[in-house]
Design a protein. Structure first.
Length: 226
């Protein structure tokens, strides 16, 4: 199921690109290219803002009282959480750098008189026999390049949430050791229910979204994919 979902995600991203590359009418092809570029610019702006917010949240989380060394005498749990959060912070920063780089590249491409053709060349595969001639096939490496900021942002959020989960359960275990079982039970029950509800709805939205998008895109010609 995971492989199928992953495949649907990439198909959903490649569908509009395949459409604009294979559109026979020049005017319509230019309209589709401009629409794709504008939507990508909006996506990059959202990633820039969200990544900056995530980075600030991660950085401030290191000051939480639960992060004091006294809460973890052996230091194992806090070391794991630190590693996860440092990874999350790194992913957020690189997502910002990558999104900014791509947004600037789009702005510079727009300055060309042949900007729409230039944009399509940044999406299409190259004919091995004639490197100067783009094909109507979507280039997977180029598609991957445009999606790097979104992927980094997703992994940043995943690592941060995983660190929070470990830290909260560590705090609950400390309450049990200190014989404050009533408070520990409240923390475990409420947090676990919130965790199950949050992850359950997130997975439902992710699986449902790309499953239904994949169904809607079945009319597309996926032979254009490498």
């Amino acid at each position: 199921m995971a492989v199928t979902l992953y495949s649907q995600v990439w198909k959903a991203m490649a569908a509009p690109i395949s459409h604009l590359l294979n559109e026979p009418d020049d005017d319509e092809r230019n309209k589709l290219t401009l629409k794709w570029r504008d939507q990508l610019q909006t996506q990059l702006n959202v990633i820039l803002i969200t990544s900056a917010l995530i980075a600030s949240v991660v950085a401030s989380s290191f000051t939480w009282p639960e992060f004091e060394p006294s809460t973890d005498p052996l230091g194992i749990v806090l070391t794991i959480v630190k590693a996860l959060w440092y990874g999350s912070l790194l992913f957020s920063i690189v997502a910002i750098a990558s999104a900014a780089q791509l947004a600037i590249a789009l702005s510079r491409i727009a300055a060309y008189s042949t900007d729409l053709e230039f944009t399509r060349r940044m999406l299409a595969s190259v004919d091995p026999k004639d490197p100067a001639m783009p094909t109507t096939r979507v280039s997977f490496p180029k598609l991957w390049m445009w999606q790097i900021p979104a992927m980094l942002l997703n992994w940043s959020i995943n690592l941060y949430v995983l660190g929070v989960v470990i830290l909260v359960y560590q705090a609950a275990c400390n309450l049990v050791v200190q014989h404050v079982r009533g408070e520990a039970a409240v923390v475990l029950v409420i947090f676990t229910l919130a965790l199950i509800w949050s992850i359950g709805n997130y997975l439902f939205s992710s699986v449902g979204l790309y499953h239904w998008v994949g169904q809607a895109c079945e009319v597309c010609d996926w032979t254009a994919l490498p």
